[in-house]
Write a new protein. Structure first.
Length: 334
């Protein structure tokens, strides 16, 4: 491996001068000498040792993105929202001169070890880390940005969306189109997570219209026979005509199982998703869904992280981005 000393010997300068040039600190080095050193380094195939540089400077150009790994057999990036957000976020931090380190964690014990061993400049948390937030802040004195957190800890910087309003939009659209017997499909709604806030917004609008959402109209994501549940909902004297899913990925599952069971969308069952992933325009029929601007969310997350890296002791901020409804063809007017 080519070292700074090797370049210095060939250029006839000190190793310190080469170090300044390679780290962009050329204030005391002439432009001619700087260009010659860079050319020699390129010709010799010099590659900077990022880990050594990080140890020497007690910093790094690495940003950690931490995802909760609930199932060792499941690839967390199969989730379209997560992969979309991370892709946009990686593009943004690259523009700032940083690189992304992706790390899957099961519990708190793995987080601090990972952050300190890699000496990262900052970290972004994707998923539910609310129970560990206070201890994370106590043990890691670097900028920590959370996404979609409803933690009661006030001193955290978080970027989220108006999940409650998203649920309201879905219910309002169903009512506008004459649907009064509707259902909900998604993962278990935890006490203070995004699913619960979306569900609460959905139910609140229905309740104001005098409509209840009975327990049998809730379908849990872990149900073994989703197709059978859809047939049950669409049968009987008072069939369900619409289903709100807490994510577009859930809506795609409904599409697949409805097709397998011979149910027409929206003829037999109208569907509303959440996220507005790119695939929602490509499925048949195109999916009506609550839109969150994932690109903007990644940009805001990056901007906050950079501000916290560049300015110590910034006050905590909670950014809530607006949502809207992308109206397509998956809801029938009754």
């Amino acid at each position: 491996m080519v070292t700074l000393k090797d370049i210095a010997e060939k250029a006839g300068v000190s190793s310190m001068t080469v170090s300044r040039v390679m780290n962009g600190k050329t204030g005391t080095v002439s432009q001619q000498t700087s260009e010659r050193i860079k050319k020699i380094a390129q010709e010799m195939g010099y590659v900077p040792n990022s880990s050594a540089r990080a140890l020497a400077s007690r910093s790094s150009r690495l940003i950690a993105a931490l995802l909760q790994e609930y199932d060792e057999e499941r690839n967390p990036l199969e989730d379209s929202y997560t992969s979309c957000f991370l892709g946009e976020f990686a593009l943004q931090i690259k523009k700032e001169g940083y690189d992304l380190m992706l790390h899957y964690v099961k519990d708190y014990s793995e987080i601090t070890y990972s952050l300190k061993s890699w000496n990262v400049a900052g970290a972004v948390f994707i998923g539910m880390f609310d129970e560990s937030i206070r201890k994370l802040q106590e043990d890691n004195h670097i900028p920590l940005i959370f996404t979609d957190s409803y933690s009661s800890v006030r001193s955290i910087t978080n970027v989220g969306i108006d999940d409650y309003r998203g649920g309201e939009l879905a219910a309002e659209y169903f009512l506008k189109n004459g649907h009064r017997n509707v259902a909900f499909y998604g993962p278990e709604a935890l006490d203070n997570g995004v699913v619960m806030h979306r569900l609460r917004g959905f139910v609140s609008v229905l309740r104001k219209a005098g409509i209840s959402l009975p327990q049998e109209n809730f379908i849990n994501l872990g149900v073994k026979d989703l197709g059978g549940e859809l047939v049950r909902l669409c049968s009987g004297e008072n069939p369900v005509t619409g289903i709100f899913t807490t994510a577009d990925n859930c809506a795609y599952q409904v599409y697949s199982e409805a097709y397998r069971k011979g149910l027409r969308i929206p003829g037999d069952l109208s569907v509303i998703g959440f996220d507005d992933l790119s695939m929602s325009e490509l499925v048949t029929p195109p999916l009506t869904t609550v839109r969150q601007d994932i690109k903007k969310k990644a940009l805001v997350t990056c901007e906050l992280l950079m501000k916290n890296i560049n300015t110590a002791d910034r006050p905590a901020e909670n950014i809530v981005l607006n949502v809207s409804l992308s109206e397509r063809k998956s809801v029938q007017k009754l």
